[in-house]
Design a protein around this ligand. Sequence first.
Ligand code: ARG
Ligand code: ZN
Length: 843
Amino acid sequence: TTIYLKDYKPFGFEVTSVALTFDLHPNATRVKSRIAFAPKPDAGGKIFLHGENLTLVSARIDGEPVQPEITTEGLTCPVPDAPFVWEAEVEIDPANNTALEGLYMSNGMYCTQCEAEGFRKITYYPDRPDVMSVFTVTINGPHPVLLSNGNPVDASDGHAEWHDPWPKPAYLFALVAGDLVAHSDRFTTRSGRAVDLNLYVRPGDEGKCAFGMQALKDSMRWDEDVYGREYDLDVFNIVAVDDFNMGAMENKGLNIFNSSAVLASPETATDNNFERIEAIIAHEYFHNWTGNRITCRDWFQLCLKEGLTVFRDSQFTSDMRSAPVKRISDVIDLRARQFPEDQGPLAHPVRPESFQEINNFYTATVYEKGAEVIGMLRRLVGAQGYDKALSLYFDRHDGQACTIEDWLKVFEDATGRDLAQFKRWYSQAGTPTVTVRDAWYSGTYILTFTQDLKPSATTPDPQPQVIPIVTGLLSRSGEELVPSQVLELTETSQSFTFEGLPERPIPSVLRGFSAPVVLHREMPEEHQAFLLAHDTDPFNRWEAGRELARASLLAMIRDGAKPDQRYLDGMHAVMAEDGLDPAYRALMLGLPAQSDLARTLHDMGEVPDPAAIWTASETLRDALAERLSDVLPGLHEAHQVREDYQPNAEQSGRRSLANATLSLLARLEGPARAQAQYDAADNMTQQLAALAVLLREKAGDNALHAFENQWSHDRLVMDKWFGLQVMQAAPDAVAATAQKLTEHADFNWKNPNRFRSVLGAMASHHAGFHHDSGAAYTLLADWLIKLDPVNPQTTARMCAVFQTWKRYDEGRQAMIAAELDRILALPELSRDTTEMLTRIRGT
Ligand code: ARG
Ligand code: ZN
């Protein structure tokens, strides 16, 4: 069944309090609930409570036994038309809960994941975000650590009580029990509240906590400084679990993290891991205000909390590290994950209007495009307008479950700006294409933009959106003739005129990637070479290099052209600029993703050939290595880090440039230098980068064995070992490599991290996944079939890798269609996977 935004109806009852008691047992946990309900005027004499996979032991209303009518989705029961107390006892089976939703077990510990609709697998309840209440939780169980939301009120052996004074929806409920150890610290809020901070981990992981804890304290301080938001409980707990479907979860006062998103030490985690952990800790912490204190009225409004919180965590990372590097990384990610979604069969608006399974809508569109939309809003109203609007948002809506209408109204009231057209960013699916042309008439310079949005299933009749295009004009000698300004494109086609310029300028358009669009520049390619050398906007300077690389690759693929000399020379000049941030230069050395090239070719009306894209990319990298051969050894040497390892931006930037040069150098001189780095490495960044080069050079067998021996005890490191072999395999070996790894004794496929490390890596290897044998399609389908009955969420998420299938040739399409149909034919296929594959398959 499909659920529609337009059908929203408020719940008929207030929930005035909730008391839960858990008697923990792996296969027979008893959950007693005592819930006070107050009917609203139109309650209608009966109540519906969600509940799934529950065994009802008893139910009472005001102490009298009742016999509710029970279905697979919940229960219905006649109720008084005055306030009443519902009491129920249910039994659940956490040990056999492999879906990792509700209360489940991971390595002997109990934990929960309730967002979006997992609480109904714990007890009967109105499991919807607009029902907010105060929770008291009692836990009985033979475990040293017993945790829930809020503040601890009582604890003794095998018993704990928690009280959360802040009304919250059930999706923010959490419980953890197990044999855990705490890494503890303290934070004093600016109004003087002392907060106990704990990071709970399994014994043995104590050494991987310090960084996450520092990130938490930095996040708490930053949210006070930048958003004026203080923490509001006496404790803040984070727990790391190995089996988790996503990155992490912002449960009130008790965040639960995939261990890969919080545990780190220099020996076991890479610089990228550290940066990601810092961002996720911040993200979950920031949810305390944007998500928890102000939550969503219904799940269609998911971007209200996710878009905003991603935007906030990206601001945080920009402040902690390098803003241009963060912006470039986010755009790379947007193009890799969100553009395919927006431009394929899974396209949906940032605020969807219908769904079957909400778990399928925790997407790059809701999260990342949702954050881009807020970035645009901030540009349009200005930083001050944004700050004013956010203060009003927190004042007006604290304690409420809100909508995008509430959010936009706050901006309209705070800034006086009409946001009717802006709202289309929330309701229209698809990536707009913006085309820019320029003209010059004796002193007058004109930029003309047109926007175009392709109709899609959810947006059949697209209307023009307001697109903020940050633009600057440069002189031929590289001076800024007209500094950055926001051009607001509101029409389908619109011109902007600049008078009184001394010469025809070179335009730098869409600086900072000021809107999530595909930009076509109808301008000479020399402009890009010029901007690569001279643009004062770091994003567009990087983008110019990207565009030259893209154009060169397309010409190589389509016309058998040679690598473009302007690109190679431009890169040479950039690498020689010692003043440029090493992290930024390392990003410059990257090429457009091969899947992104496939998308571009498809846009041009061509059928992409993954093998040809692979070959062109390899050829261009070889040519780049050749062209840079005189500077690579010096760059590699100059950026070695000889101080003690620190995962900060400065050191990790140097390592990333050194490792990018190491990789290019190996194309010229073979694997010796990488082997030496592998042998000397004392941190995972250096070790893994060297191993990647060795594998690519087919000289990695010894290191691979050594790595396995060294790290077989460490799951997170072994995930890297599994993944890297697939990622570095040649296209014709990808499926076989993945297949072999699934037979490894440590391939625990029920663990989502391990499953993704092999099969996710296979699907992200563009030429390997789309190898014309079709072997990878079949292998993935086999594993999706196996995983679906065990873990529908992770299965459904992985299905998205097929979303681009219609770009490819008929042979590949036929092979993929056969696999999709094979899965869809399964009689018991989950709702999650059915929805995903039906949308992808289309008609
Ligand atoms: N709210 C969590 C976060 O953004 C993610 C929860 C994902 N839930 C899901 N069912 N996919 O940090
Ligand atoms: Zn989130």
